[in-house]
Design a protein around this ligand. Structure first.
Ligand code: SAH
Ligand code: SF4
Ligand code: F3S
Length: 486
């Protein structure tokens, strides 16, 4: 049968950070409006999209090998359109057509709105389509910034982490230019979105039943936007979005150490819906390495920030990212990072082996001279240390109760560890505490989207395990009325 009328089945694979998860949601929402249907089976799709990441080589290899699997797919499916969108599209541009000639369409991070049109063109004309932004040296700052368009109009609840959780992009791009990082190239200049648009978007999400929003930006606490003569910084934006009825929790990632002002810390302390959780990557524990990375702060300055956080919001959890094996990293420098992990006791750390990225300052100026096996060993040492710290700090929660925003049934097998019987109306549920710790407990799935009090009785380095506490209602007597269970 010839495909005179394509049935518009869409397969999309997403790698990379939360920005990409959000971008995929928006693109799927737009394509659904055009009559597309999602499929989880690449073989039955008419349109295949890869939403890509360039932050480390591994992420790119993964996509090229997926593309490789589609090398001969057009022979049996002449109507198929294969598209590469996102950071790798912006970074590699037409190189992707050379490396993977089966690709029909390349769309940068700033052209997502054009995707429906580009797919149609490509299918109709059987011609290659490419839409990307200017390179960062390809024009004035305004011209380059204008070529990166933030795209946030439509939402698709099925693409969210859970029905009660949604991402909200508050800024795009990055101007920090850490020497190892491609993001300023792939996402363009830093631009903050208008507070009134963000308030409307948050309101619309709340009306769809969203309880938790996570505000996204590469350096989210550098947020700055002037509207109606007022300058909004992160603290002001939190205050504004906090007013949204129905929203119960607000998180934001990723923070930049230098922009962690006391104003912002006071806002977190004073606004009850804001999570007591800050992801604010240190990246390295040695000042010489931080300088070479051009992070813009020293370890003592980071320490000062940590003291301010702990003084103003004592219950705040802090997490970090680290890069091991950066150019010229000595054993001594590595040990300084280990010391920093011991000192700062992060809730968790994401640890990455340095991956050289073409076009970055580090690739141009410093050889990638640490052997992979050394990177691996340092990575494992850090992981072991961080896990031990996380386990120890999680154990402090045993016997205490935490407020959990319930996400829904747990997919993990922690059940086995809990090893306790359940009745038919309860399931193992998962949620997060206000300090962003994962909490699992038995309860009715209808609790999803609500806040429950959970008494913690056990833990692992990544998870707290507990029992839901029946809420007590005061009647002037000591009546206990269980209202949350069952
Ligand atoms: N905007 C965020 C980070 C975005 S990239 C921030 O500044 O914190 C996510 C993480 O990937 C970074 O924090 C860093 O730890 C890591 N990363 C970035 N470039 C890398 C590279 N070339 N090799 C290995 N890890 C890298
Ligand atoms: Fe990359 Fe640095 Fe910008 Fe983060 S702040 S996105 S690490 S350049
Ligand atoms: Fe990757 Fe782009 Fe995010 S490079 S980490 S998907 S901003």
């Amino acid at each position: 049968m010839s495909h005179s009328e394509p049935n518009n089945k869409l397969f999309i694979e997403t790698v990379g950070c939360q920005m990409n998860v959000l971008d995929s949601e928006l693109v799927v929402a737009a394509l659904r409006q055009d009559g597309y249907e999602l499929t989880g089976n690449m073989k039955e799709a008419d349109t295949i999209l890869f939403n890509t990441c360039s932050v480390r080589e591994h992420a790119e290899q993964k996509i090229y090998s997926q593309l490789g699997r589609l090398k001969y797919s057009k022979e049996t499916r002449p109507n198929l359109v294969i598209g590469v969108m996102g950071c790798m599209a912006q970074k590699d541009q037409k190189l992707i057509f050379q490396r993977a000639p089966q690709v029909d369409m390349i769309v940068g991070t700033g052209q997502l709105a054009e995707i429906p049109e580009l797919i149609n063109e490509s299918r109709k004309k059987r011609s290659r389509q490419m839409a990307i932004s200017l390179s960062r040296r390809g024009g004035s700052r305004t011209e380059v910034a204008d070529s990166f368009q933030s795209y946030d109009p439509l939402r698709d609840p099925t693409m969210r982490p859970s029905p009660h959780q949604a991402f909200v992009r508050i800024m795009i791009g990055c101007d920090k230019f850490c020497t190892y990082c491609v993001v300023p190239t792939t996402r363009g200049p830093e631009q903050s979105r208008s507070p009134s648009a963000l308030a409307r978007e948050t309101q619309a999400l709340a009306e769809q039943g969203v309880k938790e929003i996570t505000l996204l930006g590469q350096t989210v606490n550098s947020y700055k936007h002037v509207e109606d003569g007022k300058e909004y910084r992160m603290a002001d934006l939190l205050e504004l979005l906090h007013k949204t009825e129905g929203i119960q929790r607000i998180k934001f990632v990723t923070n930049y150490p230098k922009d962690m002002t006391n104003d912002l810390l006071y806002a977190i302390r004073d606004l009850p819906k804001v999570a007591h959780y800050l992801h604010v990557p240190l990246q390295h524990g040695c000042d010489d390495v931080l300088k070479k990375m051009k992070r813009g702060y020293t370890v003592p300055e980071y320490r000062d920030m940590m003291h301010r956080i702990r003084e103003i919001i004592p219950s705040c959890a802090v997490s970090s990212d680290f890069i091991v094996g950066f150019c010229g990293e000595t054993e001594e420098a590595h040990q300084k990072t280990m010391e920093a992990v011991r000192e700062f006791r992060f809730k968790n750390s994401f640890i990455f082996k340095y991956s050289e990225r073409a076009g970055t300052k580090a690739a141009d100026n410093y050889p990638d001279d640490i052997e992979d096996k050394v990177k691996k060993r340092r990575n494992n040492e850090m992981l072991d240390l961080q896990n031990a710290i996380s386990a120890e700090d999680n154990a402090d929660f045993i016997g205490r109760s935490v407020e959990v925003l319930v996400e829904g049934p747990s997919k993990s097998a922690v059940k086995a560890e809990q090893n306790r019987p359940t009745n038919a109306s309860t399931n193992q549920l998962v949620g997060r505490s206000r300090c962003d710790r994962i909490v699992v407990f038995d309860g009715n799935p209808r609790l999803a989207g609500s806040i429950a009090n959970v008494q913690i009785h056990d833990c692992t380095p990544t998870t707290l395990m507990g029992d839901i506490i029946t809420r007590t209602i005061q009647h002037g007597s000591s009546d206990l009325l269980p209202i949350l269970q069952g």
